[in-house]
Design a protein around this ligand. Structure first.
Ligand code: HXC
Length: 285
């Protein structure tokens, strides 16, 4: 897909990089020569992920860090900089989410999601940005948001609020930090199954079957497809792109089109036959 080794000038921190989409992105960055750090709360998960990346020939380290903790994040960023002297990419991927009726949420349930997603992204981005400004270093931040940042979504209201905040943060800083040569973009992934997201958000096979029908491309995304987009956005191929949010969802976000339901009404050849009948009967009248 890309030239081998074309990320060798990148030192990347991926938050929540021990599993799921974070790990998929970290693996791909390393595959193209980036020096990668992953962070998360569970050391055993991070250790396993680092072994996997190293076995594929990548350069990777890990830091145990909870992104909710402002001071700990600052220390992690300083440590990575001390170890490499070249940190220049941050991918804010760590997230928390679950399905719940909003009237049943405890204040702490709302807070726990917002703390990870919005405060966590602020903590990492501000520490990273300060360092890049101090070092006068060109840098990139990539934030993982969702397709419901603008619309909101039933039953994941805390996540929708937090991700909308991250979206606003991305665009605010894209303008403010352009002067420092720091680019900030976001990706809004649609359905990319991961164990973490699917056990929390898609617990029932019937629910999953119904969900798949809403995706015009009729399939879920492959982790590699997301990773390819992330590579583009952290690389110099996108050097003039900042404050952009790229949706990658097989067309799912377009589901509100008024006549989209017709696609499901009958098999396509039958529909086309019906349309031609309508056309010829229209000509006669
Ligand atoms: C209602 C819940 C709940 C649930 C937890 N809580 N799960 N409330 N329904 N299913 C409440 C708890 O009762 C508690 O409130 C509060 O939330 C904090 O819970 P803890 O378990 O103590 O918190 P913590 O260990 O910090 O865990 C945070 C978490 C957890 C968000 C609750 O799910 C987590 O760690 N998630 C990380 C991984 C993850 O979520 N991955 C999916 C991301 S996918 P009380 O009042 O009892 O103290 C994603 C993309 C979406 O975001 C797009 C998909 C298509």
């Amino acid at each position: 897909m890309y030239k081998p080794g074309f990320l060798t000038d990148k030192t990347v921190l991926v938050t929540g990089g021990g599993s799921g989409l974070g790990l998929a992105m970290a693996m791909s960055f390393a595959e193209y020569g980036a020096q990668v750090y992953i962070c998360g709360r569970t050391e055993s998960k991070l250790q396993k992920a680092v072994i996997e990346i190293k076995e594929s020939g990548g350069k990777c380290g890990y830091k145990v860090c909870d992104v909710k903790d402002y001071e700990a994040v600052g220390q992690m960023i300083r440590e990575i900089e001390n170890e490499t002297g070249s940190l220049n990419v941050l991918v804010n991927n760590a997230a928390g989410n679950f399905l719940s009726a909003s009237e049943d949420l405890s204040p702490n349930a709302f807070k726990s999601v917002v703390d990870i997603v919005l405060h966590g992204t602020f903590n990492c981005t501000q520490h990273f940005g300060k360092l890049m400004i101090e070092k006068d270093r060109a840098a990139t931040v990539l934030n993982i948001v969702t397709t419901y940042t603008e619309t909101g979504s039933a039953f994941v209201m805390p996540s929708a609020c937090a991700k909308a905040g991250v979206y606003a943060m991305t665009n605010s800083l894209a303008y403010e930090w352009a002067e420092y040569n720091i680019r900030l973009n976001s990706i809004a992934p649609g359905p990319f199954p991961t164990e973490g997201a699917w056990t929390r958000l898609m617990p029932d096979p019937e629910m999953e079957k119904g969900y798949k029908k809403l995706i015009p491309m009729g399939r879920y995304g492959e982790h590699e497809e997301l990773a390819n987009l992330a590579i583009f956005l952290i690389s110099d191929l996108s050097s003039y792109i900042t404050g952009e949010c790229v949706t990658i969802d097989g067309g799912e976000r377009l589901k509100s089109g008024q006549f989209n339901f017709v696609t499901q009404a009958a098999p396509r050849p039958m529909l086309k036959q019906f349309f031609s009948m309508m056309k010829s009967s229209g000509k006669k009248s």
